[in-house]
Design a protein around this ligand. Structure first.
Ligand code: HEC
Length: 243
């Protein structure tokens, strides 16, 4: 009985640890881009890095809005490329058509919190603080390689050991052949792919997708393995097993 209680407690510690990992992951990654919650950009930024043009530059370059006079479009594009975005926003030395005046005249009818367009409304451009948020290119650098090495060394050794011990326990249960083997297989492969992809993603962004699949797959299969062992400890044994 004591053995069962102790083992069960340890398995619950592992399940709790998986929950803590998920929480840590959300808190650690969610603020890398400017949108709330963990997005693809957050994860891609951490493992590969992300660079993207400023939304304003993107919009102007795809000829949005089409009614904007070409001269005004050029003023805005030059201003965004100038490196003097704050300084020149209202700089009348640039002529009557300051970037601020152009935006007020050509954009705010749709891009303001009280405008009618439900999509454009969510990208307000009325005040400089709003404009600023759309005016800068995104440049997220991947996690420092030394930190990645430190993180890999703790994760690989700790999770590798954990999974081998859990696999041994799972093999001792009545579920060893079917579900147990499946979980051991998925968990082991997922851990290798996840940790390997942390490194491969630096060179090739495609591996970010592997992280997004393998990380959760490892966590889920490990959690389920714990539940299998717990179930085997506490469910009544079948008659055939006892014989
Ligand atoms: C007639 C309404 C209207 C006007 C005027 C307008 N927009 Fe938009 N804008 C939209 C709508 C609708 C969207 C979302 C759909 C889309 O992306 O086309 C959008 C999207 C955007 C986006 C985000 C999408 C992207 O391309 O990255 C930016 C940035 C933007 N507008 C900037 C501007 C600027 C700068 C001006 C003025 C020079 C302007 N808009 C004028 C309606 C408008």
């Amino acid at each position: 009985m004591m053995m069962r209680a102790g083992l069960s407690a340890l398995l619950l510690v592992i399940v709790g640890g998986l929950g803590a990992s998920a929480t840590h992951l959300i808190w650690h990654h969610e603020n890398r881009d400017d949108t709330k919650g963990v997005s693809y950009t957050d994860i891609a930024g951490a493992y590969h890095g992300v660079t993207a043009d400023a939304p304003l530059v993107r919009a102007l370059n795809r000829n949005h809005p089409p009614e904007l006079p070409e001269a005004s479009r050029k003023v805005l594009i030059d201003w965004l490329a100038s490196g003097r975005i704050s300084e020149d926003y209202d700089n009348i030395d640039l002529g009557d058509n300051t970037p601020g005046a152009i935006i007020a005249a050509n954009c705010v009818s749709c891009h303001a919190a009280d405008a009618a367009d439900p999509v454009a409304r969510r990208i307000p451009l009325k005040y400089f603080d709003d404009v600023k948020r759309q005016a800068f290119a995104k440049n997220i650098q991947p996690t420092d390689i030394k930190i990645l090495a430190a993180s890999t060394h703790t994760h690989a050794l700790a999770l590798g050991t954990l999974s081998i011990a859990l696999a041994a326990l799972t093999l001792g249960t009545r579920f060893a052949k079917g579900l147990g083997s499946l979980l051991i297989g998925v968990g082991g492969i997922a851990l290798l792919v996840d940790l390997g992809a942390w490194w491969l993603a630096r060179g090739n962004e495609i591996w970010v997708k592997a992280i997004l699949v393998a990380g959760p797959a490892y966590a889920v299969s490990t959690g389920l393995s714990c539940l299998l062992v717990l179930a085997d400890l506490w469910l009544p044994t079948r008659r055939t097993d006892r014989a």
